[in-house]
Design a protein around this ligand. Structure first.
Ligand SMILES: [Zn+2]
Ligand SMILES: [Zn+2]
Length: 119
């Protein structure tokens, strides 16, 4: 056997971090609508969902309670009203993934560069 100690350790191929970690990180961000400081909720984007497809844990954007679940301006109270004010929720996705250094995940989850689902 030859001496291999001078060699660098074998590198594992780069893989994206598990989505659970991504979701935890998204919760630390300010609300993408109003900029209220985190912790935020990680909201799975719901606009323009085709069929029964559910957003993956990569398709989350940070929202404060008011813009997410609580009160009249919450997306889960009235998603079409929310859209009139703030645009589609997926339009915030590219910035979140870019911040994470994960822009390539847009294509992986079937979205274009604007975050729009490709169907
Ligand atoms: Zn907000
Ligand atoms: Zn939500």
């Amino acid at each position: 056997m030859s001496n291999l100690t001078g060699l660098p350790p074998r590198q594992k191929p780069q893989k994206p971090p598990p989505a659970g970690g991504h979701m935890a990180w998204v919760k630390t961000l300010p609300c993408c609508v109003c900029g209220r400081a985190g912790p935020s909720d990680a909201h799975h984007v719901i606009h323009d969902r085709y069929g029964a497809r559910r957003a993956s844990d990569w398709e989350v954007v940070p929202l404060c309670r008011e813009h997410h679940l609580g009160g009249t301006s919450a997306i889960h109270t009235g998603k079409e009203t929310w859209r009139e004010y703030h645009g589609p929720d997926w339009s915030y996705l590219p910035a979140v993934l870019e911040l994470a250094g994960l822009s390539h995940m847009l294509a992986v989850v079937g979205r274009d560069a604007d975050g729009k689902p490709l169907r």
